[in-house]
Design a protein around this ligand. Structure first.
Ligand code: 5RP
Length: 227
């Protein structure tokens, strides 16, 4: 029986196989955040001379990339990227995701928006029928925290402040439990529209394009638009 760390290691290796054909001397790769991505970054390092560098979704990933000799570009210097590789906290069959367990949701959404393709790398524990068992992270401007929390309660959620945590953007996170997310794109828009919300951890308006899922029987691939 493979442990969750071994499953994450396997999907990180599979992601390298997926990414290699895209690497050219001009390629900038989008890199997400989390323990699965940490393993992906480590596995990417031996190929650092095959591509130009990375744009990252967190200070944590940037530090890891740079420590391994991979150049990190400010997103403002980047015109486009073929791929953005990141993990998820939950993903459903429609390739909608909950992200932000590591608190990097806003930068994840921004960097992903510049890439042609979102490649999600998860172990099988993250694949769900319906999103919402994992509390939905919502990044908020600190002065708006209580006002946003009241609006999230009206939507049926139970918001809890992530104590002692500040995002890379200097903001706070409300983790919202108790939401049955039957219409992820609609809920994403609703939450994004609350004044004071910086970003909501639903990735449904733009979900994943490809998912690599690590299972006890190997890594399987799901495509948003199977050909
Ligand atoms: C960070 C994220 C991560 O992708 C998500 O939390 C999954 O993390 P891990 O790979 O450690 O399970 O959204 O903000």
């Amino acid at each position: 029986m493979l442990t969750q760390t071994e499953l994450k290691q396997n999907v990180a290796s599979a992601a390298i196989e997926y990414v290699l054909p895209w690497l050219t001397p001009d390629t900038i790769l989008g890199v997400g955040t989390g323990s699965t991505v940490d393993l992906f970054i480590d596995a990417l390092a031996p190929y650092k001379d095959r591509f130009l560098g990375a744009a990252s979704s967190s200070e944590r990933s940037s530090a890891r990339l740079e420590a391994l000799g991979i150049k990190v570009f400010d997103l403002n210097q980047v015109q486009g990227m073929p791929l953005y590789v990141d993990g998820a906290d939950e993903i459903d069959q429609g390739l909608n995701m909950i992200k932000g367990g590591g608190g990097a949701l806003t930068r994840e959404k921004i960097v992903a928006s510049v890439a042609d393709q979102f490649v999600c790398i998860v172990d099988e524990s993250k694949v769900v029928e319906c999103l919402g068992r994992f509390p939905l992270p919502v990044e908020v401007i600190p002065m708006a925290r209580e006002a946003v929390a009241r609006r999230l309660s009206e939507l049926g959620g139970k918001p809890a402040l992530r104590e002692g945590f500040t995002t890379d953007n200097g903001c706070q996170i409300l983790d919202v439990s108790g939401l049955a997310i039957t219409e992820p794109a609609k809920l994403e828009s609703l939450i994004n529209d609350i004044p004071g919300v910086v970003c909501c951890g639903l990735f449904a308006l733009a979900g994943a394009d490809v998912v690599l899922v690590s299972t006890q029987d190997g890594v399987r691939r799901l495509d948003k638009n199977p050909s």
